[in-house]
Design a protein around this ligand. Sequence first.
Ligand code: PRX
Length: 574
Amino acid sequence: MSHDQNEFIATVVERSNLGDYTQAREQFSWEEVKKHFTWYETGKVNMAYEAIDRHVDEGNGARTALLYSDAVREEAYSFLDLSEGSNRFGNVLRKYGISKGDRVFIFMPRSPELYLSLLGTLKVGAIVGPLFEAFMETAVKDRLLDSEAVALITVPQLLPRINRDELPQLKHIFVVGGGAQEQEGFIDYDAEMAAASDELELEWLSLEDGMILHYTSGSTGKPKGVYHVHNAMIQHYYTGKVVLDLREDDIYWCTADPGWVTGTSYGIFAPWLNGVTNVIRGGRFSPQDWYQTIVSNKVTVWYSAPTAFRMLMSAGDEVIKQFDLSTLRHVLSVGEPLNPEVVRWGTKAYNQRIHDTWWMTETGAQLICNYPGMVIKPGSMGKPLPGIEAAIINDQGEELPPYSMGNLAIKTPWPSMMRQVWNNQPKYDEYFRIPGWYVSGDSAYMDEDGYFWFQGRIDDVINSSGERIGPFEVESKLVEHPAVAEAGVIGKPDLVRGEIIKAFVSLREGYEPTQELKDDIYRFVKEGLSAHAAPREIEFKDKLPKTRSGKIMRRVLKAWELDLPAGDLSTIED
Ligand code: PRX
């Protein structure tokens, strides 16, 4: 890193009061951030190059890039290892004719192969689509169809969830971890990797060329493909530096799965663009396992989510005493409101203030944050990054004064802003309906010091354990159950999960509202969509509240549930 670059970062990072923050905002320029990248001079870009190969070219190939572990594996990879391994996979993809702009999806549990596949896909200029391993058949099919993916990388145990007959454009399925050769039409990933060269001509791209497609939920319609381009790396790198506060010797652990945007932007891109060691832990959550992961890897910077912190808090402080967590230097959170109580507990339990960060799949990277050194007001998401302008606006686009609740909006553009909703321009345009602004769908207010306070969603999107769930997708699955006539789904407040999914269901003629039926409906959604989308609570109703045009009024369901006034009912059917 050049001297200038160091100075620039120093001015941005060192701010422990409002005066410095204001100064940092004034001095900030994205142009300065861009100077960090090799493409600043060449004009040729590839995320996998900047994140991995570059470190090899700069003489840091031997540095540890990945510390992977799960219940059975424990492996370390240097930047050189990842560079060569992803070259191999790039060659495999090329052999099967995959090239720039093709959509290549990855559907498997965390493993080193997942990361190699993702990097290899980027190296040939294809657009990567990560799918969370818990998705079931319908969820997988919807996403592969919408994106017209031509290739999929998966593992034997997930193959039953892929219905090839319904996916005509999906030409190639690579199977990691054996068994593929026995089944017609599948490609054996391991055999191909062993035979491939570890040298590759990278596909050089422009900054606006496609990089990643993350499917996420809105309140209406099927999940939408949020499309990000290589330009996003400018913000991944910058936020990795100033928000994650990554320094050369850090050992960093982001607990998110790459099926969600946090697991790519901050589980892959930000740490490796900053050249630090990235810890990946496979398997399920348990307090002991997570604390052991911190101890074994000597984790210094830890990025997780409120649900996880709440579960760790409820596991009690006795557990913590069994582990030496003193390597931790910086702890962050994202995905849902971070309760002030959790912040206070973290200060005692870990001797760390948990730094809340706010952003979304669509924003590609962090926008409103608590930075190192900043005064934290527990319960606030923090303040906009230098380079980002946020405001609370009304529906006419007027900025509201402090303490007024309204739409949380961001001035357009910023480097990692989504560039498309895949095949759905009208959806994309909805976010930008007020000229000059991106309207997030969250409601919030700002205080007199410029801190932002999250209030809720403006639409019906549900946030359960930090996972964003569209009620429409769940309702569509529910009505496929033979007993269900109609269904309406809402988020019900829950102490640990933030919200759980509650379904109101009316039954078809001839079905009895029994507990067995509830269990069966729950299982049906779980097995068709995913466990996190399944309604943990089901309530049978003779009739659901609907508008005259037949739309189920989730607002009324929510009012029933929370014992609130139902508001304007003038459009209700009867
Ligand atoms: O409602 C906000 C909530 O999560 C939504 C974005 O979800 P997703 O696209 O899945 O991205 C999650 C991780 C980037 C937001 O619209 N959300 C995210 N972070 C916070 C939050 N709510 C409150 N506080 C946060 N820090």
